[in-house]
Write a protein that binds this ligand. Structure first.
Ligand SMILES: N[C@@H](CCC(=O)N[C@@H](CS)C(=O)NCC(=O)O)C(=O)O
Length: 208
């Protein structure tokens, strides 16, 4: 399998963490969605990452859909319960973290692609508010020691990669006090082998 995407993309890194957690060997295609958009677009039709190229050449896109496939292969080791309230809890926490990321990314892209004078203050304010609300709600719903109780799940992975993104790109909504439990969870997860194996190299970062 080939994982397409750089690890400063939290949704790409979450797939990488799961691959390592499940012990699935893979290689990487780290070409940039911005600098090498044409090449990435030939693999991933929306020119988005992650994409996972399977050994027979089939290409899977979208982190949730990719993880659904990997979970199916992994049986009891899956980072999401197969059914019931615990599955809903993991899926909802993961969706909350992923939605928070989307709002944070909207802010980052607005600032990156528009000069200050052309940025929409109204849009930025809305997205920042939504991102802050996402972090507040994630903090409120934490069911420790992990995000959804006793077992590591996709929610922990998404929260951890989200926290890195917030700290690296726009820590104005991440509060060291109000969101301390989320930050502590991410710090703990970063020490786990699957996360360490998916460490972010300096080269794979969006130009500032
Ligand atoms: N829902 C998708 C989101 C994928 C996504 O937005 N990836 C970003 C990188 S974090 C991307 O490719 N952005 C470039 C673009 O949308 O043009 C997933 O979970 O895989």
């Amino acid at each position: 399998m080939i994982l397409v995407g750089q690890y400063d993309s939290p949704v790409t890194r979450r797939v990488a963490v799961a691959l390592h957690h499940y012990g699935r060997p893979f290689t990487r295609d780290t070409r940039s969605i911005f600098g090498e958009a044409e090449a990435v677009g030939k693999i991933s039709p929306l020119t988005r990452i992650p994409a996972l190229v399977l050994d027979d050449g089939e290409v899977l896109i979208d982190s949730a859909a990719i993880l659904d496939y990997l979970d199916e292969l992994s049986g009891d080791r899956a980072l999401c319960p197969v059914s019931g309230p615990s599955r809903r809890q993991v899926l909802q926490m993961t969706a909350l973290a992923q939605g928070t990321l989307e709002k944070a990314a909207a802010v980052v892209y607005e600032r990156h692609f528009h000069h200050a004078a052309n940025q929409s203050a109204e849009w930025l304010s809305r997205c920042l508010g939504q991102a802050r609300a996402g972090l507040d709600e994630l903090t409120r719903r934490l069911d420790r020691p992990y995000a959804c109780g006793a077992a590591l799940s996709h929610a922990d992975v998404m929260i951890t990669t989200l926290i890195w993104y917030m700290q690296d790109r726009m820590d104005e909504v991440l509060s060291p006090s109000a969101h301390a439990p989320l930050i502590a969870l991410a710090q703990h997860c970063e020490t786990l082998p699957a996360f360490r194996a998916a460490a972010i190299s300096d080269f794979e970062k969006m130009p500032k």
